[in-house]
Design a protein around this ligand. Sequence first.
Ligand code: DC
Length: 237
Amino acid sequence: MVKQLPEKIAKGSRFVVAVDGPAGAGKGAICRAVATKFGFSYLDTGSIYRGVALLALQNDVTDDEQLGKLAGNMPFEFRFVAGEGFRAFLAGKDVSINLREEQVGKKASLVAAVPQVRSALLTFQRRYGGEKNIILDGRDTGTVVWPDADLKVFLTASLEERAKRRSLELQGKGETVSFHKIRDMMAERDARDESRAHAPLASAKDAHHVDTTLLTLEESIDCVVKLVDKLVGNKPR
Ligand code: DC
């Protein structure tokens, strides 16, 4: 059941929750749960970088200007499908599974360092959802995309724990990738995301830090729900 928000938030200006952190910290699962609970729209900003990466791989695009154009004209939609949850569409085709492929993730980290791509996707992210209350997750949503967000959360977990979660997720899909390989790839991606010149992965100064290393998914969701609740003045259920 969707939680009822107080009148001024339900009807007034848009309420924005920005959640950032490295891969595997639990951003996606937590944001989906919070969005569903409060009836917010949700944008997984990583999936739009993955969308550009997928198009770049499919069309063999490597030039920065061309990548920027690809991002600016990307026919991308992220929508809620009954019974399936939030799904990503490129030109009307459900590409949610393709976007999660390891090579697409790796390429996404590379295209995300291209200023032309970031600038094209910034406009997309700010417009996304119109006037609806929104929760979005990524690497720079609280620092660059929505520096004036109502609530900012920085989610972390140890590298070992994040790699463990990713390897369990892959095992669940019947894929076997060695834990060490996953951990090394994650460390490499973290380093690239943190060190790039444009909008690196970073916590906003006013973000609430939540370390999920020792928390179950339910406990992590509960932490963020409590932060939203505190802000909107509702009592947690
Ligand atoms: O969260 P993810 O693994 O789906 O993100 C894929 C890549 O996109 C990741 O390497 C960093 C990049 N990204 C970004 O630079 N800025 C964002 N707001 C979200 C993702």
